[in-house]
Write a protein that binds this ligand. Structure first.
Ligand code: PLP
Length: 434
């Protein structure tokens, strides 16, 4: 490799290891990437849970190209451009009922911090300013900004960064070995939602603003909500006037077989964060959906005053809005927001066929999300799964590993032959590394 790799400090990467043996992609189309040398690699993870419609989709590419030539930027504060409104209306139309106000950000992390700020400000605006406590969950991932790592529950993402936000507490995570090899939602653990009652008893509801959870936790190894868990969390939040935030950065836009996991699991949050699949990963963009009543609570006082002191230079960027509109068109044309439900059975059967292969200790699935958990190598957590990742990469299949779990989240355009190839390649790798 003649390219100078020195200057780029790579994110969430073992930089020195990577630069000794780099993995680069230079082109993508449909279900595939190509390396600079022209080697084809099947994408088993939709880039990074974001390219839900597959790569290089014409409507999205053309929308971005047209937009760049027509309006490159529009200031978002006290100004706007038409596509920002058009997109918000289109998003509200597919959102869970009642979540019909949309605030734009540029990433999942920004969406999370925005949602937390909306929750805090909402309680203050309506005269309950004592509600300042935020509740997250162990093994949660909510991006890397200070709000997100505070409510998040991954020690590696938290331990280096001081005291984080004050007044945060965490629910217990929902991973339970009794649920090993569940197909779809696991049966055991609805009562884990009662942990919120414990925190209410400890802190008092009058100090708690919001609870944030991922409906399906992705970055800590594909953890599904036990049957009834999210419903119970909703009930407890309602009982105590606590806002419920769903972080749908990975579950949004068809990943679980419905447009949003809230619809898949039949529980509507008060605030919902999205990013990734919003623009099919093509232009950075995130958003927070809010219930109308939350938004309307802010719409008090003199009309000439700003109601919510928050926003980004690139909130609702014209290129991002154009990409998102092209993405929504592509999803609609091809029925992709519900295609995961059609493919779920075949995908689940293929995945669960890996049971019994060397070192596999659990398999989890919902929609087009799959988790294959491996027994860690003694004293070397995450290394076994990483070896499988490297093996698959060398054989032309891109998977992702978090800890010792292989996490699959392929583009929603996936066909049965692709599923066979991804799962077959993993099976061969597991046998080779027995
Ligand atoms: N929230 C969840 C649930 C995520 O999975 C992620 C990223 O994977 C984020 C937030 C952060 O998104 P971003 O990397 O766009 O900031």
């Amino acid at each position: 490799m003649s390219q100078d790799l020195d200057a780029y400090w790579m994110p969430f990467t073992a930089n020195r290891q990577f630069k000794k043996s780099p993995r680069l992609v230079a082109k993508a189309d449909g279900m595939h990437f190509w390396t600079p040398e022209g080697r084809e690699v099947l994408d088993g993870i939709a880039g990074l849970w974001c390219v839900n419609a597959g790569h290089n989709r014409p409507k999205i590419v053309e929308a971005i190209q047209r937009q760049a030539a027509e309006l490159d930027f529009a200031p978002p504060f006290n100004m706007a451009h038409p596509k920002a409104f058009e997109l918000a209306a289109r998003l509200a139309a597919i959102a869970p009922a009642g979540l019909d106000k949309v605030f734009y950000t540029n990433s999942g992390s920004e969406s999370v911090d925005t949602a937390l700020k909306i929750a805090l400000a909402y309680h203050r605006v309506r005269g309950e300013g004592s509600r300042t406590r935020l509740i997250g969950r162990e093994r949660g991932y909510h991006g890397v900004n200070f709000g997100g790592i505070s409510v998040g529950g991954m020690v590696a993402n938290r331990k280096m960064f001081g005291h984080l936000l004050a007044g945060v507490d965490h629910l217990r995570h929902t991973h339970d070995p009794r649920n090993a090899y569940s197909v779809g939602q696991p049966a055991h653990g609805a009562e884990l939602a009662d942990d919120l009652e414990r925190l209410v008893a400890l802190h008092d509801a009058s100090t708690i603003a919001a609870v944030i959870v991922e409906p399906v936790a992705g970055s800590t190894g594909v953890l599904l909500p036990p049957v009834g868990y999210l419903q119970r969390l909703r009930e407890i939040c309602d009982r105590h006037g606590i806002l419920l935030i769903f972080d749908e950065v990975i579950t949004g836009f068809g990943r679980t077989g419905a447009p949003f996991a809230a619809q898949r699991f039949g529980v509507t949050p008060d605030l919902m964060t999205v990013a990734k699949g919003l623009t099919n990963g093509c232009v950075p963009m995130g958003a927070v959906f809010a219930k109308r009543a939350i938004h309307d609570t802010f719409m008090q006082g003199p009309e000439h005053l700003i109601e919510f002191f928050h926003g980004y230079t690139y909130s609702g960027h014209p290129l991002a809005c154009a990409a998102a509109l092209g993405t929504l068109d592509t999803y609609a044309d091809e029925g992709l927001l519900t295609r995961g439900a059609e493919m779920e059975g075949y995908f689940a059967e293929a995945l669960h066929g890996l049971k019994g292969l060397p070192h596999v200790i659990d398999i989890r699935n919902v929609g087009l999300v799959g988790g294959i958990e491996l027994q860690p190598l003694e004293g070397q957590p995450s290394q076994r799964a990483f070896r499988i990742f490297l093996d698959c990469w060398e054989r032309g299949v891109l998977i992702r590993t978090t800890g010792d779990t292989i996490a699959l989240s392929p583009p929603l355009i996936i066909g049965r032959a692709h599923i066979d190839r991804i799962v077959g390649t993993i099976a061969d790798a597991l046998r080779r590394h027995a």
